[in-house]
Structures are given as C-alpha cells and as structure tokens.
Design a binder for this molecule. Structure first.
Ligand SMILES: Cc1cc2nc3c(=O)[nH]c(=O)nc-3n(C[C@H](O)[C@H](O)[C@H](O)COP(=O)(O)O)c2cc1C
Length: 440
C-alpha cells in the first residue's frame, strides 16, 4: 500500500498563536471547560486524525498574566475525552523526572483500558526550571541527569506493562479462579534511581503498552527517541532542517535495530488558512496586532532556563552572541538551537524574532490557501522531512475546521491520507506493531 501521512492535533489554549485567546473568532469557551476539549476531539475524529495531543508543564509560568498558559491536568482530561469519542487516539504528556514509574504505568494502563487501546504517552523529562520548585524544592535537575533518570524510568514502566501475560486474567465464576498467577511476574527492578518490585496491579492493556511518543531533539534526546519513540514530535522552522532531523533520527533508529517505519517523525505545522492569500495574511496581521512582545521576551527567557534578555532593544538587530551557548542550556536545549539558527540566518530584530515565535513557538508556520497548505504537506512528506504532521492550528476551533473541511479532502484526493479509519487502536492508526510479550 502507498505510504500515507499521519495527522496529530496538538490542542493548546484557544489556538497556538500566542494572541489567539484574544481573537474574536477563537472559541468562547474557558480553557478549563471539558466540553471545549471533547468537542475539539470529536471535530478531529470527524477529520479522521490519528490522534489528539496535550502538552503539560508542572509549574505556573510568569507569563500567565499575558494569556492562558495553563489548562487541565491532561491524564484526567483524556479520561473524559475517551468516553466522548470512539476511534481517535489520545496522547498525554507526563514527566519521567517528577513522577513515580509505578503510578505512571498504572495511570496509562488504566487509560488504555478505558479508551479500548487509544492511548499514547509523550515522554518528557520536563525542561521548565521552575518545575523543580514544586517537587521537593531542590534546584533544577541537569539535562544529562534528567535523561539518565528517564532511561531507567523506561525500563521500569516497560517491565510493568509486560508483567501480565495476555491470558493471565481468567475471571471464571464457575471455577472460582480470577487470574492465573503463573502468568503474572514481578519485575524486581533494583536500579540507581528506582526500586520497584511489581507486578502491575492490573491486566496487560489493550495495546500491550501505550504508544510511546517523544519530543526531545538534543543529541541525548534523539538517542532516547531512537530507542523508545514510536512517534516523534519535533519543532522545525524549515524543510531543510526537518530533512536533516528526519535522516538523522531514522539512522539512529536503524542503529538500535528498529525498523524505520516504527518511529514516525511528526514535525509541527501551524497553518493560517483562508480562501485567498490576502485574506490569510489579513488574519495573520490581526493576530500580530494582538501580540505583546514583552510576553514573548519572558517566554524566551524561560526556554533558555531563565536567561535575562531584558537589556536587549526590541528594534536593534540581534546576533548569536546575544544568546547563551545552547550547550550550556539545561532547559529546552534543542529549541534554543532553533531560535539561534533563525538569528544566524535572518538577523532579525528582537521584535521580529518574537513575532516569528509568537505564531507557534519555533514550529513551522504558514499562511495561505488550502491548496497551498496541501502542497506544502505533500512536499515535506515526499521529500522525507515528515511521516505526517503535528497540526497546531493557530486559532481554535476555527483553523481546525478549515483544515478538516478544506485541506483533508485535497490530501485524500491525492491518496495521501485515509478516507476511513481501518482499525480501532492508536497503534493501528499509526501502523505500529504490538510490543512483544515476555510470556510469548
Ligand atoms: C511538540 C512538542 C511538545 C512538547 N511538549 C512538552 C511538554 O508538554 N512538556 C515538556 O516539559 N516538554 C515538552 N516538549 C519539550 C521536549 O520534551 C524537550 O524537552 C525539548 O524539545 C528539548 O529537548 P532536548 O532537551 O532534548 O533538547 C515538547 C516538544 C515538542 C516538539
């Protein structure tokens, strides 16, 4: 069968543009209203998306005064969405740095049972420095330490998800036998960071384990993605850097003995779509006028682990020397590289740089007609820059609706996207194998 693209809907605020929450065409709902999210998920399901996705941060950021940078706790939210949808996959972020593996394993296994196999986990090590202040009060944990802990975390949760054989649950009322204890095993993990006996206290989940999603792009992050990631989110401003990332990631996947189609690369795409280019540009201008560069300055500082940019003139051209060396950044390292590359390439003023980041925080933004958006997606897909996209509508639900109504049919007509769901699990939508079982 011809290779087809995968589409994930990244749900954030009232849209991904930082000013979308103020725009008159954005949803009138509060970002704490579960019906807003249930409705968005159903719209994405009507558009045959593979999945929806929620990010998560473990601290309130200072820039909340300038817009809704908060939302509901995503695992709780997914349970509510699971019961109001039927086919679409659902991915939640959760941190390996600030959770316990046993509890995380059972939360995701529960969600996989609740949703009948539609759950994915975006594994993050939590880059936001202030998160540490909410978990024991210690200082931020260094980049390398977070990934080292994350690696051990993965072997614990994978062990727990594999601690029950598929046939361990008997539930025979006549025999009075509930499980076959020989088909359930402890994991007895005794490592540097965790000691976990196991087994998990519930049966193997419908997908064997949740789909593992990863979004780190530093050297360490890429190796981690190659070992564990089944779908990989990435922020790329240009096709050429997306191609480099794609090639590099797939090579790393091969080097650890995995098949390349079992690790899907999904760059972010944030399209402002209207029936004419001029109309789309007008929408972009409206959003630009609602943006606040001082809020952008604060956000950029958080990305760089709290680095102070307050002395920089908004209207003077920037140079890479205005930024710290990404190698020294303990926060969102790869995203700081994306930002410094823009500065190197385009020499923008701070105001221009912040306007560029306001659209989608360093992901690819595009303004144009449905046909032009479909062309762009086809080109990235055919030129090995993407296996699909992490769609980040700048205004919700409006830009999702336009995408579903106008762009999806073009992609379908070109044979690039499904015309019906074939399976019922997230693994089946993404074409991923079930993980093997130690009992097979
Ligand atoms: C689409 C996308 C979503 C992300 N969501 C989160 C998130 O919810 N929470 C978080 O702490 N980090 C999130 N990240 C950040 C990554 O987990 C990672 O920290 C960041 O890309 C820097 O990676 P690096 O440290 O390997 O350079 C996200 C990244 C991308 C591309």
């Amino acid at each position: 069968m011809r290779r087809q693209m995968h589409l994930n809907l990244f749900i954030h605020s009232r849209g991904h543009h930082e000013a979308s929450w103020r725009h008159p065409s954005a949803t009138p709902h509060s970002v704490y209203d579960v019906e807003y999210y249930q409705d968005l998920a159903r719209r994405a399901e009507a558009g045959l998306f593979d999945s929806i996705f929620f990010a998560d941060q473990l601290a309130l950021t200072d820039d909340v005064a300038n817009g809704p940078r908060t939302g509901l706790e995503p695992l709780t939210l997914l349970a509510a969405i699971a019961v109001s949808t039927k086919r679409i996959g659902m991915i939640s972020t959760a941190s390996t740095t600030y959770t316990e593996p046993f509890n995380l394993a059972r939360q995701f296994a529960s969600l996989d049972h609740i949703s009948h196999g539609r759950i994915g986990w975006n594994i993050v090590t939590s880059w936001l420095a202030t998160a540490a202040t909410n978990f024991g009060g210690g200082g931020p944990i260094a980049h390398a330490d977070r990934y080292e802990r994350g690696e051990e975390f993965m072997s614990v949760v994978k062990g727990l998800w594999d601690s029950w054989a598929q046939d361990a649950l008997i539930d025979d009322r006549d025999l009075g036998k509930y499980v076959d204890s020989n088909r359930i095993r402890k994991i007895n993990h005794d490592g540097q960071f965790y000691k976990v006996a196991g087994p998990l206290n519930m049966p193997r989940c419908p997908q064997g384990r949740p789909v593992l999603v990863q979004a780190g792009s530093s050297e360490t992050g890429r190796d981690f993605a190659a070992r564990h990631g089944e779908a990989i989110f990435t922020a790329q401003m240009e096709k050429v850097t997306a191609q480099e990332f794609y090639k590099d990631l797939k090579a790393r996947v091969v080097s650890v003995g995995r098949e390349t189609d079992q690790a899907l690369v999904l760059p972010g795409l944030s399209p402002l779509i209207a029936s004419t280019e001029a109309e789309a540009q007008r929408l972009a201008d409206e959003l630009g006028e609602l943006s606040n560069p001082e809020a952008g300055r604060q956000r950029m500082s958080a990305r760089f682990g709290g680095y102070d940019f307050s002395h920089l003139d908004l209207d003077a051209p920037l140079s890479p020397e205005d930024f710290p060396d990404p190698e020294t950044v303990e926060a969102a390292r790869s995203r700081t590289e994306v930002i410094i590359n823009i500065v190197r390439r385009e020499k923008p003023t701070l105001r221009q740089l912040l306007a560029k980041l306001a659209g989608a925080r360093g992901h690819h933004t595009f303004t144009g007609t449905p046909e032009q958006v479909a062309d762009l997606m086809e080109e990235w897909f055919n030129d090995k820059a993407a296996d699909g996209f992490n769609l980040m509508p700048p205004i919700l639900p409006r830009m999702l609706d336009v995408f579903v109504e106008e762009v999806v049919p073009i992609l379908q007509k070109r044979g690039l996207f499904r015309t019906a769901y074939e399976g019922s699990t997230l693994r089946s939508h993404y074409g991923l194998h079930e993980p093997s079982s130690q009992f097979d």
